[in-house]
Design a protein. Sequence first.
Length: 351
Amino acid sequence: MDTPTQPPQNRQRPVLSNDDILTQIRALLEGPDDDLQATIMRELLTGFLRLHDAHLDLLDLKIVNRAVKELRHAFGVFHGYRDRRKVSIFGSARTPSDDPNYRLAHEFAEQIVKAGYMVITGGADGIMRASQEGAGRENSFGVNIMLPFEQGANATIANDPKLITFKYFFTRKLMFQKEANAIALFPGGFGTHDEGFEILTLAQTGKSDPQPIVCLQAPDCDYWDDWSGFIVKQLLKRKLINEEDLSLFTIVNSAEAAVEEILAFYRRYHSIRFVGKQLAMRLTSAISAEQLDRIQSQFSDVLTDGRFELRGALEEELDEPALTELPRLVFPFNRRSAGRLRQLINHVNSL
């Protein structure tokens, strides 16, 4: 496995003079109209000017300013590792080192790193420390939160350039989700449930791309079994969720099973992209016409109309040249059945 290139340490940037700022703004405004990045930067600049026109309270402005600074810094830290798959790991900061779930977190992180992944944790103690001990400093990110207790960085990730400290939970949780290709949930308290349910909500509503969500508990631990019982009794039986929503997560009792669940998800499935009303599911290997017929028969309920189609890259996807050679399963997805989409991915992977 290649060792990732470490990004340079963040240095204190010089304060720009008014003339420097005006020069940069002028260059931005004079940029070509077909430069999408420049267009978005101009929209951002316009948005900030409108904040001034809105005469917001000072606290409101401070929140916007701090949130943008946190996201800008976090995006920069992760940017150098965008080609490495990552798993976000959640669990209690209070789990002691002699707890079986602590040992399970260490084993899982160690094994998933051997499979080529990096890990993202909250960077604190308990499950987070166990995971980063298992993964090693060079394969770890810490997305810490400023709290009056519990959240000091653990020794493995402390002072590492891949440790990011957030003031706001919402910016922190965005990075957990945005940068992850898989989610691992260990037993935890309110924070773990908050993060876990947000991950599931984003998956269920289609606001995040499909990914494996694995709930790990040590042998003889019934934490997620009891949680799942609540989900079935109070949510499913009251018809507050659909039965296929239970396909969005998997409960396992070993590191090996968790790693296999994640690797199996990407066995043939690669990624998705929406192009208008069409969903293009990129695959790492093609499927046959006979297999396509079975998909049409078993999953036609996810279509708004038409049929599943095997084809190459859509014209709108050509801006991702590294993916243009991958075969596609293209279909008009109804965007309502995230659980069924996950079942379709499982089916495609099993062919």
